[in-house]
Design a protein around this ligand. Sequence first.
Ligand code: ADP
Ligand code: MG
Ligand code: MG
Length: 900
Amino acid sequence: MTKWVYSFSEGAAEGSAAMKELLGGKGAHLAEMCSLGLPVPPGFTITTDVCAFFNAHGRDFPPGLKAEVETALAKIGKVAGHSFDDPDWPLLVSVRSGARASMPGMMDTVLNLGLNDATVGSLARKSGDERFAWDCYRRFIEMYSSVVLGAPHDAFEEALDAYKEKNGAAYDSDLSADDWRVLVEQYKTVVATETGGAFPQDPREQLWGAIKAVFASWMNNRAAIYRHLHNIPEHWGTAVNVQAMVFGNMGDTSATGVAFSRSPSTGARELYGEFLVNAQGEDVVAGLRTPQPLIEAARTKGPPEGLSMETAMPAAFAEFSGYVARLEAHFRDMQDMEFTIERGKLWMLQTRAGKRTATAALKIAVDMADEGLITRDEALLRIDPLSLDQLLHPTLDPDAKCAVLCTGLPASPGAAAGEIVFHSEEAESLAALGRKVILVRIETSPEDIGGMHAAEGILTARGGMTSHAAVVARGMGKPCVSGAGVLRIDYEDHSFTVAGKRFARGDVITVDGTTGHVIAGEVKMRRPELTGEFAVLMDWADKARRMEVRANAETPADARAARRFGAQGIGLARTEHMFFEGERIVAVREMILADDAPGRKAALAKLLPMQRADFRELFEIMSGLPVTIRLLDPPLHEFLPHSDAEIAAVANVMGADPAKLRKRAQELAEFNPMLGFRGVRLAVAFPEIVDMQARAIFEAAIEAAAATGAPTQLEIMAPLVFCRAELDLVKARVDETSKAVEAETGLRPAYHIGTMIELPRAALRAGDIAGTAEFLSFGTNDLTQTTLGISRDDSGSFLGIYTEKGILPFDPFVSIDQEGVGELISLGCARARATRPDIKLGVCGEHGGDPESVAFFDRVGIDYVSCSPFRAPIARLAAAQAALRNALQTPPGRSADATA
Ligand code: ADP
Ligand code: MG
Ligand code: MG
């Protein structure tokens, strides 16, 4: 028989941390904390299997669940010393969702469940605190009605605000028991008008209503968006946790808080978090009152914000600090915890691996490895390679002059500039048009996920370091400033005022999530230094990986970036950009439109010195490292003059008739340039181009070697080859040019000849091609286009539909199609190696920076990947992870060294 319910209480639990799939993260960790002997209010977890059953059976529960819940409820009663039915002292519970992966804010929790018109009085008597009892009841009505009954949350907020306004109360804490009593009546009226029914008084009806709502919320819209953004499969489902309430709102010796065992922002090894005295649950993150810091050191850093927990509640703080250390050591990771203090007694309500910025993730992984808590390999495997992208985010140029409008909390590091928008839908629609926006909200809620994702940065007027905006922004790696309390936001007017200035929708501001600054206009930014833990982890990654990482670069700036980001050479230098600039394009056009070889040679002679100078600079920057130069590749089409002015300019240089030139240009225009007169076909038709490029390369290499004292490792590569004969022709011209240069200078720079594999036929014929090629570089962008028959530039209109319908699980231009394109690659590798065992095999294309693809390339034995310079760190880490993982999967009997 299936067991649907797992109980837990201090010192004993039926579940454990290993049972996340069944119990969800929250339930599994509550069970584990119980087993560790930590003070956790008793409760039980209804499994994710029930969620699956519920969704598969038209929202019905499995038989036997009711009985199991009753038994578990009775167990809570036994531990707590009073029961769910007790009219004199009702046992109140929370009903909490909890999926396998943490989904902050996605599912709503209902607190204080079990209260009704009768038991609110008994709770008041039993606690000796009437205000507390009515505070709980009004919270319960509000939460239950919005989460379970679907009444709009705002309706209750409005009633509360109106009441406070009328009675001159600034804060909720100014309201008395009698005030809450009146408000409870008003709330019940709201429920009646909004839902057409009375607020349910029967605790069991309340309980099952809440359980149902949590399971149903798995399928709601915002949960679906979050799942989509984070690749969480729908079939996982959520568990439901029912747990005895403990109360942080029982006066000044009570409190509730959230804590991280290390800073989720910087990774610093210090207790980080906030708490609120006399408050419950979500108050800390809702940003209604500004929470106080946990440690005294954090308090003295900022403006006076009331006492820290360390000072105000030293005993509870000491006990809590001890648990934090134990939990971190036990789970061997940074923990994110929730706790409540009820009249001086500490209760632990949640622990999980904390979300963190990429900076913090790096520091924590490196520190923990240094502390001996984890191994270096584990440290490497813990960092999501794509998250490194966040570290490559710009920061404000410290020398830039800027007018700081106000300072909020530095909630998520990095800086961003953009147009102000106040609504998430608008953020999404503008971002879709390619505009950069900053989402400005009083506070954010789960409905804003899409808008936050679309925005460059987020600014809120309310909320602390653990507010919804802060947590979600850190997870997304978006700069965020929260709690900028002086902003006066007017949603209706689409504007805010600060420091006496009005900023309207569309005005540009800059937010700096590292300092909390909000600045008018766009501030100059600069790239971050890649030192400290970043350098340490990259060093470990470089030692762990088998594959080399190179960069695709041709400009001096990109080449310098490639070196800075640790690329071990250039895997793809495209030569055509050198052809498009300024006066060069005229010479290129002259070459294309020339009638004969002498005409072309005359034009090419003009290009030679320019190309040589470009190469020389590139070689000097890359001194000592390999540089792979691709011969001219783009369709001739792209160079053709179109306007009359362009044609006249070329005609003038050539002394030719413009009409004749126009005709020639028309002849060269193509229907499908991607499959047209391009790549090695240019070299076959106009071998003079190869001569010129090879000469420029050799002469530049000689000059660079003389200047730097180190020879360039030259690799010359032909694009879009489909058979060996094409390459043979290129090789013959290059070899001949080399001899000519040697005859003139007495010097002969070493070089290798290779080709790109971008066509299915080339992959199939790799064995043959390897007879000439000393290296092959799989150009996976074009190989994907030609294998799938999909033009990347035209894929926008239908590829999305393919991924939505699940026909393609992902965009094949982002992550390599392992079954199709991948098979061509592994087949090409095998055939090439059969001919030439020491052939060098590389990949150049966007896929070189995609961790999934990198892992695949490692498996099929690719020697190096080449990606854009900024993705080189991602590729270095991904290659290390691939080597570690692929080594682990080595079947027994084979040494891991064979693959590593
Ligand atoms: P989330 O996943 O959004 O964090 P939780 O289920 O953790 O939702 O609960 C929301 C808030 O309610 C948290 O602050 C939590 O600590 C608090 N809470 C949950 N259960 C209890 C309980 N039994 N007693 C007191 N507070 C609780
Ligand atoms: Mg929540
Ligand atoms: Mg929680």
